[in-house]
Design a protein around this ligand. Structure first.
Ligand code: AMP
Length: 195
């Protein structure tokens, strides 16, 4: 694994219905701490975000939170992150998160998670970065999204190679290992200055 592997995770600001989602978020945080890795995330304290960040800190991992000041004012920031960056707006936040990461992973979540996942995927297909992008399809949560995306390929609006840019898995440990290995091999010709 790359020394000091830095993983940007997008996930729900809610915990979802069922304990399995929080368990998976905690497992991601624990894996990060256990592997001397770094978590980059949205800096929030609630939902899967808070569960994951707490688990990473408890396991000795570095946690970098990046949050717009408007959300800090709503008292949603996790103030005990290893580094907490308060930025001007959402665009600056997403750029900094992307720049600080070696790979991206979306866990189950809602529209905020979807938006971040699709954005980083489109940046990859446009060549703004070459970092691996993963999707944790825990308990089949993303089955219907993946079916819709395949339908988009079938209808001629996407190509297989675009689908192949996303590494999909249902097992937390296996997907994290896969992303870490892919990040180690990535050519790293990243330029996010124009996003
Ligand atoms: P959602 O999937 O709609 O729950 O939104 C989660 C994503 O949106 C996270 O990855 C964050 O970047 C952002 N987000 C949503 N709510 C918050 C919050 N309360 N504090 C910080 N970031 C948030």
């Amino acid at each position: 694994m790359k020394q000091g592997f830095s993983l940007c995770v997008y996930c729900g600001s809610r915990t979802g219905a069922g304990a399995q989602f929080a368990e998976a978020a905690a497992a991601v945080g624990t894996w990060i701490g256990a592997h001397g890795a770094q978590l980059v995330y949205g800096g929030g304290n609630n939902g899967l975000m808070g569960v994951m960040a707490n688990a990473a800190l408890a396991a000795g991992g570095r946690v970098v939170g990046v949050i717009p000041h408007a959300l800090v004012e709503k008292e949603w920031a996790k103030l005990d992150c290893t580094e907490l960056h308060v930025v001007d707006n959402m665009h600056e936040r997403k750029r900094m998160m992307a720049e600080r990461a070696d790979a991206f992973l979306a866990l189950p979540g809602g529209i905020g998670t979807f938006e971040e996942f699709f954005e980083v995927w489109t940046w990859r297909q446009l060549g703004y970065h070459d970092k691996p992008v993963g999707l944790l399809n825990l308990d089949g949560y993303y089955d219907s999204l993946l079916a819709f995306l395949q339908s988009s390929v079938d209808h001629g609006f996407m190509n297989d190679w675009q689908m192949d840019l996303v590494r999909v898995g249902g097992d937390v440990q296996a997907l994290l290992q896969d992303l870490a290995e892919a990040a180690r091999l990535a050519p790293r010709q990243t330029d996010l200055s124009e996003i």
